[in-house]
Write a protein that binds this ligand. Structure first.
Ligand code: ATP
Ligand code: MG
Ligand code: FE
Length: 342
């Protein structure tokens, strides 16, 4: 099936044309990063307005690059949540208009489900697998038994990993989004220079906590102002090492507890070079089959939305024109929706 997918949950306006949920014919992403960088983070009202400005062009570009007209599209998939309500509504409204105008089936997709399945656009992964979603709003460990069948094993009790990167970057004077800036500086820093805490590492759960780590960085730069100047590479590397160690060890614990030796790491923070390295080393040493999408598929995009979208549309699952944005939408809820339909 040829699916047109739309994504507008946060600060990227994206559209993609994907064949059979596997082959990307086009994937266009218009980022608003430069606009929000001025404010040090995403401003919801501005995000919605920017989506409105870009969405038509992004859809046209996706169709043009794929070399197909709207008449060839067989279904529409759109991010329904989680995300910023006003931002989500832009993609949803356009998707509804296209579906109505062309009498096409429409399905609402969970953004995090898209992140977890993005890797299928490069190489399929056998079920079940363990998945770590690390992004601006999520640090979640899941057991994945199939498309639509997710069980949360653990999650952050406060900040998400990406949020921690962004907040720490801001407090040491780096631009938004902070993850990229910290990753870059950390390359020439010593990850052992500063011993930051490893929160919840031994608490026996699969939960994460990153807000204490942010406070630890704040306390450190308060006592050692030079850490923000000449010492900034070591600071970035040490903070990043703490985040990566916790993410890798908790994921390892989930794999050990479930005996499932297949792992997917997904979401914007999965672009992080130290995390990719640390997960790679752990997987190689423990016979775990590791899949991490290439960086453009880790970051927000619409192609990833087409993977579950194509599957659900193939099952005949359709959303009505009353489809509404779901700013909060835990993945565990998807199993019931699937069961209701099948
Ligand atoms: P969610 O997916 O939870 O709804 P989101 O869509 O806003 O949130 P993503 O776009 O998936 O989040 O990821 C963005 C996050 O990834 C930002 O917090 C950003 O700092 C982080 N990030 C991007 N690249 C890197 C990197 N190289 N290292 C660390 N973090 C990174
Ligand atoms: Mg984003
Ligand atoms: Fe995302």
């Amino acid at each position: 099936m040829l699916v047109l997918a739309l994504e507008s949950s946060c600060d990227e306006t994206a559209a993609a044309v994907v064949k059979d949920g596997r082959t990307v014919l086009s994937s266009i992403v218009a980022s608003q990063i430069s606009v929000h960088a001025e404010y040090g983070g995403v401003v919801p009202e501005i995000a919605s307005r920017k989506h409105l400005e870009s969405v038509s062009f992004v859809v046209e570009q996706a169709l043009a690059e794929a070399g197909v007209g709207l008449d060839r599209i067989e279904g529409i998939a759109v991010t329904q949540g989680p995300g910023l309500a006003g931002a989500l509504l832009v993609g949803i409204s356009v998707a509804k208009g296209l579906a109505f105008g062309r009498s096409l089936p429409l399905v609402g997709v969970n953004h995090i489900e898209g992140h977890l399945l993005a890797v299928f656009l490069e190489a399929p992964v056998q079920f079940p697998f363990i998945a770590l979603a690390v992004s601006g709003g999520h640090s979640h460990l899941y057991r994945v038994d199939g498309i639509g069948r997710y069980q949360t094993l653990g999650q952050t009790v406060d900040d998400a990993a990406g949020e921690a990167f962004d907040k720490v970057a801001k407090l040491i004077g780096l631009p938004y989004p902070g993850g990229v800036a910290i990753d870059r500086l950390a390359v020439s820093g010593d990850p052992r220079a500063i011993k930051f805490p490893r929160p919840l590492l031994h608490d026996g759960t699969f939960n994460f906590s990153f807000s204490g780590l942010k406070t630890a960085v704040l306390t450190h730069v308060g006592k050692h102002p030079e850490a923000k100047e000449a010492g900034i590479n070591d600071l970035a590397a040490s903070f990043q090492a703490a985040v990566c160690e916790v993410l890798t060890k908790k994921t390892a614990a989930a794999i050990a507890a479930t005996g499932i030796k297949r792992l997917v790491v997904a979401g914007g923070v999965a672009c992080n070079s130290a995390l990719r390295r640390s997960m790679g080393e752990y997987a190689a040493a423990n016979g775990v089959e590791l899949s991490i999408p290439s960086p453009p598929l880790c970051a927000d995009n619409a192609a990833m939305i087409a993977v579950p979208g194509d599957y659900y549309l193939g099952l005949g699952m359709k959303s009505g024109f009353d489809l509404d944005a779901l700013p909060v939408w835990p993945l565990d809820k998807l199993a019931a929706r699937l069961k209701e339909h099948c």
